[in-house]
Design a protein around this ligand. Structure first.
Ligand SMILES: Cc1ncc(COP(=O)(O)O)c(C=O)c1O
Length: 454
């Protein structure tokens, strides 16, 4: 009986140990899958096609060349965490928008230096500065930091300019169209830009079917006589080229969109000195969510009309955002002027963009001629005091050979981009954001490297 009991116990122990081992293995598998689902969901909200396909994360050896340790040229304290690239072709990589998440590491590192606290009783009034006879909703602190930063960088003249703040430069774009349009004209003034132009210009111009202005298409093909508004984006979105007005007629009114005229994207040649210039915090520091842009305007009456537009549209611009923007801009100027043990924002962001472009060109090279990207000559940058190559915020990628619809082709590889047709050119081109998160960018490089013409 005692013998039977001991055999029984041994069997029980064996079964128990087996059950424990199996549950341990299942647990590891489950945790791995769960992590992956979270990872996927977090970065591709709204694209849940893969959520029902649990799988185990296995790092591919081919991806190791893109791991952070081998690629980052930034200082140690700004290094990105290693990314587990699992070569899962079902993962959708969305690089359609220019969401500027790329500089998050810098701002994390700066920590409390850009934190602001706003007590409940503060910023309650609509008014920011009643003594400002042109833009009463502009926070003086923001105006001061805008002037300081342009002085530090040397990318725009601010003397004898009126500063108008907007809810992003998008609102200022509409304010500029409103302010520049003649009120007594029998037909809307044409708004033109040389193709490839920023894809939002046509829709932003026409969505309200304004009686004041109307989208007129590619500036190079514009033949109508009379007044017009030309939009000059430099460096250009989508192709990164430095631009000037193409029409040069006496009746033309110019709006310079200089969202990317900052040292991390392009060499600064001289301070921009135009009648109406737009800038945005979204691309300067990456704080798109704050929705702050500013315009530098020479003519007082135009500046006042832009203010009127914003007054009618949103009765001013969030004071909380303006105060936060002022703090962020101050941190950028401080990082350039009082460097101490830290790295300047532009040095950090320039290295990062330069590194991304280098990796991108290598990946394109591996495609064996299936893709091509623009090349840029170096030129002198007055900010960095040396000859430098541009590193645009977008890649203007061309599918070579037989691929007619590049967006569709890349979509087939689960890479979402924006087709050339939205920028007024051929579908052989796509625009791809270079400003996305480190993870997304690494996955993109890995995916691109696996597509080649062989
Ligand atoms: C050329 C250009 N202008 C304006 C904007 C819009 O900027 P904001 O976020 O300030 O509205 C963008 C955004 O991508 C842009 O590329």
């Amino acid at each position: 009986m005692a013998k039977l009991q001991s055999v029984f116990n041994m069997r029980h122990l064996l079964v128990l140990s087996l059950a424990l081992n199996v549950s341990l293995i299942l647990r590891i598998l489950y945790d791995g899958t769960h992590q992956d689902l979270f990872f996927f969901y977090n970065h591709h909200q709204g694209q849940t096609s893969n959520l029902h396909k649990p799988r185990l994360l296995i790092s591919s050896s081919s991806s190791s060349s893109f791991s952070n340790s081998s690629s980052s040229t930034c200082k140690d304290h700004h290094q990105q965490p290693p990314i587990n690239i699992n070569n899962n072709k079902n993962r959708v990589i969305n690089l359609d928008h220019g969401d500027p998440r790329v500089y998050e590491e810098f701002w994390k590192e700066l920590g409390e230096k850009t934190t602001i606290t706003i007590p409940g009783w503060q910023s309650m009034s609509y008014f920011s500065d009643v003594s400002n006879k042109v833009c009463w909703f502009l926070e003086p602190e923001l105006a001061k930091e805008v002037v300081r930063l342009h002085g530090v960088v040397g990318n725009a003249v601010t003397e004898d300019r009126h500063i108008i703040v907007g809810t992003g430069s998008s609102q200022l774009f509409l304010a500029a169209l409103y302010a520049l349009s003649p009120t007594d004209s029998p037909e809307p003034i044409s708004v033109v830009s040389a193709s490839p132009y920023y894809s939002s210009y046509p829709s932003m111009t026409d969505y309200q079917k304004s009686g004041l202005y109307k989208w007129g298409g590619d500036a190079e093909k514009f033949e109508k006589s009379g007044p017009y508004i030309e939009l000059v984006t430099s460096p250009n979105n989508p192709d990164g080229c430095v631009r000037r007005s193409v029409l040069n007629r006496t009746e033309g009114l110019l709006v310079y969109d200089l969202a990317y005229y900052w040292p991390h994207y392009t060499p600064i040649s001289s301070p921009a000195d135009h009648d109406l210039t737009l800038f945005t915090l979204s691309k300067t520091t990456g704080h798109a969510g704050m929705r702050i842009g500013w315009a530098l305007v020479k003519d007082k009456e135009v500046a006042k009309k832009m203010t009127k537009f914003i007054e009618l549209n949103t009765i001013g611009v969030s004071k909380d955002s303006q105060l936060r923007a002022a703090k962020v801009l101050r941190a950028v100027s401080d990082s350039c002027e009082l460097q101490g043990d830290g790295e300047s924002f532009f040095k950090f962001s320039h290295k990062l963009m330069s590194n991304r472009w280098k990796q991108l060109r290598e990946a394109v090279h591996r495609s064996n001629g299936l893709f091509s990207v623009p090349t840029f000559s170096p030129s002198f940058c007055t900010f960095f005091n040396q000859n430098l190559e541009p590193h645009p915020a977008f890649v203007w990628l061309k599918c070579e050979g037989n691929v007619e619809d590049c967006e569709r082709f890349l979509k087939g590889h689960n890479i979402l981009t924006r087709s050339g047709k939205h920028f007024g050119v051929s579908q052989q081109y796509v625009r791809i954001s270079m400003l996305d998160t480190h993870e997304n960018f690494m996955h993109f490089l890995d995916r691109l490297s696996t597509i080649n013409s062989r």
